[in-house]
Design a binder for this molecule. Structure first.
Ligand code: ATP
Length: 270
């Protein structure tokens, strides 16, 4: 069970240079996660507790997982990822045990960054989690809080959680000593989008006619994940046309296709 729900990576291959347009967020993650891992004595010397948990919140595909991976990479920490939804839905009755296992694995792999994606699945307000698994969800969350509250003895372990549903979170997890640093990770602005286009085309054979500034303007609602998809799809358009060089029109067609596909998916879910 452990192997299937927990993703353990000794050295994730994401670095800060791979992340576009989140300078402030990166800075804050570095201060709150990287510094205490690299220089724990500094917090002792100053006489303050480093933050135990950091919560990243914002829309899907904006780079929350990347930020967590990059900080683990930078600090040579093991990256241990678990999705909140898997914790409670896939292995009913196992949630609390999996949380205990998660921290055990982290202790065995210090320094470690624990990343809990979709934390809202285990830490939703009581009123909103009215499914039959309610008691199970509560038990899982209690175990998580217990692990975090015993944090001083925890050594070189930092916890990063992420959610797309900040509004749904049980405030208990936001108390001091728990996820007491909140970092909003929004969709990229125009400049951010341009940087993300540049990042994702680094290894691509891009024609001279491609203007990232214009693309960033046109793809005005795109997330980072959308931009990555645009770049890959643009490459596909070139291949279909039997070219090795990707042109401006390929990017435009790709963005149109991705928007159309997205609309279809929306319709299906309605
Ligand atoms: P979710 O909430 O859906 O889990 P997330 O915010 O964790 O999403 P990531 O998994 O970090 O999003 O991003 C998905 C992919 O989108 C990344 O692997 C990357 O290719 C691309 N991406 C997203 N944001 C950025 C960014 N700011 N800079 C560069 N690439 C990005």
């Amino acid at each position: 069970v452990r192997a299937r729900v927990m993703e353990v990576t000794e050295s994730p291959d994401v670095s800060y240079e791979d992340i576009g347009g989140l300078e402030d967020q990166m800075q804050e993650v570095r201060e709150t996660v990287e510094m205490p891992l690299e220089n724990p004595g500094m917090f002792d010397d100053v006489g303050i507790e480093p933050p135990s948990g950091v919560l990243l919140y914002g829309p899907p595909g904006t780079g929350k997982t990347m930020l967590a991976k990059a900080v683990a990479n930078q600090t040579d920490a093991t990256f241990i990822k678990m999705a909140g939804s898997e914790l409670v839905h896939k292995f009913i009755g196992e949630g609390a045990k999996l949380v205990r296992d998660l921290f055990k694995v982290a202790r065995e792999h210090e320094p470690a960054v624990i990343f809990i994606d979709e934390i809202d699945a285990i830490a939703a307000t009581r009123t909103e989690s009215k499914t039959s698994g309610d008691a199970e969800v509560q038990r899982t969350m209690m175990q998580l809080l217990a692990e975090m509250d015993g944090f001083e003895e925890r050594g070189e372990i930092r916890i990063i959680a992420a959610t797309n549903r900040f509004d749904m979170l049980d405030r208990a997890i936001l108390r001091p000593g728990r996820f007491d640093r909140l970092i909003e990770v929004p969709k990229p602005g125009k400049e951010g989008r341009e940087l993300i286009f540049e990042i994702h085309t680094r290894g691509m054979n891009v024609s001279d006619d491609v203007e990232f500034t214009a693309l960033a303007e046109e793809a005005d609602v795109a997330s980072g994940a959308d931009i990555k998809a645009i770049c890959t799809e643009a490459g596909m358009f070139a291949i279909r046309d039997d070219r090795t060089e990707i042109r401006m029109d390929d990017f435009r067609d790709a963005w149109e296709k991705i928007q159309a596909d997205g609309d279809e998916t929306d319709d299906v879910s309605k």
